[in-house]
Structures are given as structure tokens and as C-alpha cells.
Ligand binder design. Structure first.
Ligand SMILES: C[S@@+](CC[C@H](N)C(=O)[O-])C[C@H]1O[C@@H](n2cnc3c(N)ncnc32)[C@H](O)[C@@H]1O
Length: 153
């Protein structure tokens, strides 16, 4: 047997499906862990900087945790989308509980988009879901097309 590593085929890549069972709710619960609130959120938001009066797009916004933080920090308008209906349902539930006027939709970041007019596009934990180079390229291109600035992982 050869000891050379074989490249992972796109169809074999493990990708979490947030529409599966309770995955979306379980993921949302992890957002309150100190490692996430004190280290991850601190670093992510520090990197993003001032969003006051900026038009911000949150790509792969999940249940909208960062989307709401950015809206509260003054982003206007604040728009979020995610490929998972369940994640977007959780985000909308939260917005119904505490309305912040965020626009949410279900969409896939792997689908090419026309040039848009955001000042900033952020995407926390999106790029790790690219199963192949072409998907990664589309995700990066989509974020770049959406705004004059992009931040994320
Ligand atoms: C680890 S969660 C992060 C959610 C959110 N950004 C956060 O930090 O709380 C990853 C999210 O990426 C979404 N996602 C994965 N692939 C996507 C794609 N191609 N287009 C849009 N969203 C995607 C998943 O549905 C999931 O909600």
C-alpha cells in the first residue's frame, strides 16, 4: 500500500447538516460557552471593527448570534443569510422575541451572486464548509462581490 496521502474527494468530505434533527439548536447552545463569548466573539468582533451605519451582510449567519451583535453595534441595514432553514428559523424566532429589524433569508453561499452594495460582508465559520476548491472560490468570490470589505473564516 502506498504511504502517499490521497486528496479527499468532495463527495466524501464531512459537512455538518444543520437541518438534521436538533443540530441547529445544539449548535446555538454552544454560543454561550465562555470560550466562545470571551475568546471567539472578542477576536471576531475586534477584527471587524466599527460597523456604525455600515451596510453589513452576515454570510452563513446561522441562528443570527453575530448578526444581532453587529446590528446592536449600529450596522444598518443588517442582513443575514444561511443555507439551513432551521438556523434561519431560530434567527427569526429571536428577532420576533426581540425585534432588531434584521433581514434574514435562506440562501447558499456557493451560488454566485451579482455585485451587491454592502460596506462589509462577514462570515464566521463558513469557509470550512467548502468541500472542494471550486466551492471555496465561489464562497470567497461571493463575499467579495457583496461588499467593499470582507472578513471571516
Ligand atoms: C458553525 S455554523 C456558524 C454560524 C454563525 N456564523 C456563527 O458563527 O454563529 C456554520 C453555518 O454555516 C452555514 N453554511 C454552511 N455552508 C453554507 C453555504 N454554502 N451557504 C450558506 N451557509 C452555509 C451552516 O448552515 C451553519 O449555519
Amino acid at each position: 500500500m502506498s504511504s502517499r496521502r490521497q486528496p479527499i474527494r468532495a463527495e466524501d468530505a464531512q459537512v455538518i447538516d444543520y437541518n438534521q434533527g436538533d443540530t441547529a439548536k445544539q449548535y446555538k447552545k454552544t454560543k454561550t460557552l465562555p470560550v466562545r463569548t470571551r475568546i471567539e466573539a472578542y477576536s471576531f468582533l475586534k477584527h471587524i471593527g466599527d460597523v456604525q451605519d455600515k451596510k453589513v451582510l452576515d454570510v452563513a449567519c446561522g441562528a443570527g448570534d453575530y448578526t444581532r451583535i453587529l446590528r446592536r453595534a449600529g450596522a444598518d441595514p443588517m442582513v443575514g443569510f444561511d443555507v439551513s432553514e432551521k438556523m434561519i428559523a431560530l434567527a427569526r424566532e429571536e428577532d420576533a422575541r426581540e425585534p432588531l429589524g434584521i433581514e434574514y433569508s435562506v440562501a447558499d453561499a456557493r451560488v454566485a451572486v451579482a455585485q451587491q452594495d454592502f460596506d462589509l460582508a462577514v462570515a464566521a465559520f463558513l469557509l470550512v464548509y467548502a468541500r472542494a476548491r471550486d466551492e471555496l472560490a465561489t464562497m470567497c468570490h461571493g463575499r467579495a462581490a457583496a461588499s467593499s470589505q470582507a472578513a471571516g473564516s
